[in-house]
Design a protein around this ligand. Structure first.
Ligand code: COA
Ligand code: AMP
Length: 631
């Protein structure tokens, strides 16, 4: 069947389509139907009983794949590599799950996981789903305050963490960050489990902290606990427009069905193949395509602890693909841009045997045509952009390689996947003509695997996604569709920016800047960056009578953002201005400042308070290397 047939088959009978896809999952009690009209946007397979860990691990052992590698940990940053078979993974996960259960963690309890790219991070996730506990993984590049916000929202019974993570040239000590977060948070976990890594042995707090191995000693392995199809498998926090992140909830059954479908039909991966998503378990790509989807499909997943460049060189990606015979590789365009900068001719590619590789998939940010072309010219393989979000958990639009390798149109993530009826709407909610830019919305219901709600925040869920266009899910992206149904994703419609494939809220950074005693008013914008796609820039108006020099204030706020949000915010640049451009009604014209920062021609809008201010902003941004015309 071609893509069009598959999409039409879904459209004409969504219920039948997803029930058919559900046959690939092992159910304790099979669903009586797919769609349930309950909750704010409906739910999938709610009356089934099923276990995520069983489907990701145990069933493959039962099927005779026990000796097949499940996880390959390739860690150029420590110079080590190890492999866990499905049977080993099952035993390790069952024991950890048993220890958690003995510690009082049960179905519905939350467990926060704060770990770097080690197999134990996946084991912790799987151990939670094994006993019906709901995990929430927090990215290691976030600071203590961000962790504290998530602790207070998720209210975990336990936290599983590592003593440290490793960044090039620096050991990131997680334990002091964890201690500070627990200290700050109002909610306190009952206990913590700490994986001690040899690069930094953390001090444990007696009575609260348990060392990973000791914690599991003597624990009886836990069996998989079947949960309802609409039981949350996990909560993953993502940036919204304020400092309070949104807790995206993922229900168990839809997650299993959708991810399993995507492995074969999008990524062209079957049981026994090797799949590598070079992201981090702290992001949705890590949840869906480092941990769950490859394992559910019975494939081997690579857990990579390193960077595309510098660990040790720009050939690392090709070395990993060659060493482990990776069949499909998934990364963010920024990683390829980093490689291209270090090895412009792609000479290092020639050192490795990439004959097992069938395609490269890009997502997380817009894939610029130059980057795709560079890779295509060197690999002579399909390089496929696809578009999705933490909220959806899997691709909204993709080139469905496993079904049909459709022609690539650079700059487009291709076409809507089954389950997604994508529409481009104007401000009034009407469908715009083909080729016209508008807000991208998905007609409800969303497919299995997507968010059914936000954790503890139904009102926010409605406001953020449902209220603007009744009957639709608002993606927060703007774009258009061409005559062949290809989508083009052009910009965010909110205050979210994308820095090196990491989703950040300018509102959250502004909250930190505004807390500095010298700052009267501020704005944060995302300026174009050749490597990271976007980087945050701060514009500050200082209070009258401030004695501290501008340079000193900027140094302090840069440190403050690193301390409060974390190094991942990559906030390094700010300038001081007398005033910010606003409309007469007082709305800060952030979009206009983005265009000035990017060196675009800007005409003062009719609503602007004082047009002269645009020259002042351009001059201030010019001082820090922005507002130059791009060559
Ligand atoms: N724990 C602690 N710190 C972390 C971290 C983690 N897990 N991940 C990143 N950081 C730190 C980095 O060390 C860096 O700190 P520094 O300011 O002291 O240098 C900072 O956060 C910014 O990191 P990053 O955005 O990764 O920039 P970089 O300059 O270190 O590397 C790239 C640039 C392009 C190589 C890198 O961003 C990359 O590999 N990106 C891939 C994108 C990706 O995986 N996206 C996920 C969604 S698909
Ligand atoms: P995240 O939730 O971190 O995955 O970020 C999702 C957002 O990243 C989307 O809403 C888009 O703004 C952006 N994004 C992700 N993938 C793409 C893509 N292929 N093309 C353009 N933008 C993308």
């Amino acid at each position: 069947m071609a893509y069009r047939d598959v999409y039409d088959a879904w459209k004409s009978d969504p219920e039948g389509f997803w029930m058919e896809a559900a046959r690939q999952i092992d159910w304790e009690r099979a669903p009586s139907r797919a769609w349930f009209d309950q909750g704010p946007v409906g739910e999938w397979f709610s009356d089934a009983l099923v276990n995520t860990c069983w489907n990701a691990v145990d069933r493959h052992v039962e099927a005779g794949r026990g000796d097949q590698p499940a996880i390959i940990h390739d860690s150029p940053i420590t110079g080590t590599s190890r492999c866990l078979s499905f049977a080993e993974l099952r035993d390790r996960v069952a024991r950890l799950a048993g220890a958690l259960r003995a510690g009082g963690v049960g179905k519905g309890d939350r467990v926060i996981i704060y770990m770097p790219m080690v197999p134990e991070a996946l084991e912790a996730m799987l151990a939670c789903t094994r006993i019906g506990a709901i995990h929430s993984v927090v990215f290691g590049g976030f600071a203590a305050r961000e962790l504290a916000i998530r602790i207070d929202d998720a209210k975990p019974r336990a936290i599983i963490a590592a003593s440290c993570g490793l960044e090039p040239g620096r050991v990131v000590r997680y334990k002091p960050l964890l201690d500070a977060a627990i200290e700050t948070a109002s909610h306190k976990p009952e206990f913590c489990v700490i994986l001690q890594r040899e690069q930094d042995i953390a001090e444990l707090i007696p009575g609260r902290d348990h060392e990973w191995h000791e914690f599991q000693q003597g624990a009886a392995p836990a069996d998989c606990v079947a949960v309802e199809g609409n039981h949350p498998a996990y909560i993953l926090y993502t940036s919204g427009t304020t400092g309070q992140p949104k807790g995206v909830v993922r229900h168990t059954a839809g997650h299993l069905v959708a991810l399993n479908w995507s492995m074969r039909n999008i990524y062209g991966i079957d049981a026994g193949d090797v799949f590598w998503a070079a992201s981090d378990v702290g992001w949705v790509v890590g949840h869906s395509y480092i941990c769950y989807a490859p394992l559910i499909a019975g494939a081997t997943t690579i857990v990579f602890e390193g960077k595309p460049v510098g660990t040790p060189d720009a050939g690392t990606i090709w070395r990993v693909i060659s060493d482990h015979k990776v069949k499909s590789f998934f990364t963010a365009p920024t990683a390829i841009r980093a490689v291209k900068r270090e090895d412009p001719a792609g000479e290092l590619i020639g050192n490795y045997d990439l004959s097992g590789l069938q395609a490269v998939f890009l997502a997380g940010e817009r894939a610029d045509p130059d980057t795709i072309q560079w890779l295509e010219d060197r690999l002579h393989l399909p390089v496929l952009d696809h578009w999705w979000q933490t909220e959806t958990g899997w691709a909204i639009a993709a080139n469905p390689f496993g079904i049909e390798h459709m022609p690539v149109k650079k700059g487009s993530p291709s076409v809507a996947m089954p389950g997604y009826d994508v529409q481009i709407l104007d401000d009034a909610g009407a469908t715009v003509p083909m080729g016209t830019l508008g807000a991208i919305a998905v007609k409800l219901p969303l497919p299995p695997g997507t968010l059914p709600m936000l954790w503890n925040a139904e009102e926010r869920f409605r406001k953020a996604y449902l209220d603007r266009f009744p009957g639709y899910y608002e993606t927060g992206d703007a774009g258009y569709v061409d005559e062949d149904g290809y989508l083009y994703i052009m910009a965010r419609t909110d205050d979210v920016i994308n820095v090196a494939g990491h989703r950040l809220s300018t509102g959250a950074i502004e909250e930190v800047l505004a807390s500095h005693p010298a700052v009267a008013e501020c704005a944060v914008i995302g300026a174009a960056d050749r490597l990271k796609g976007e980087v945050p820039l701060g514009l500050l108006c200082l209070k009258r009578g401030v004695q501290t020099s501008n340079e000193q204030v900027i140094r302090e706020i840069v440190a403050l953002v690193r301390d409060r949000i974390g190094p991942v915010a990559a906030f390094r640049n700010a300038c001081v201005v007398d005033r910010l451009p606003k409309t007469r009604s007082g709305k800060i014209l952030r979009g206009m400042m983005v265009r000035i920062a990017n060196g675009e021609d800007v005409d003062a809008p009719a609503t602007i308070d004082d047009p002269a201010i645009l020259d002042e902003i351009a001059a201030a941004l010019g001082q820090i290397g922005y507002a130059r015309r791009q060559g």
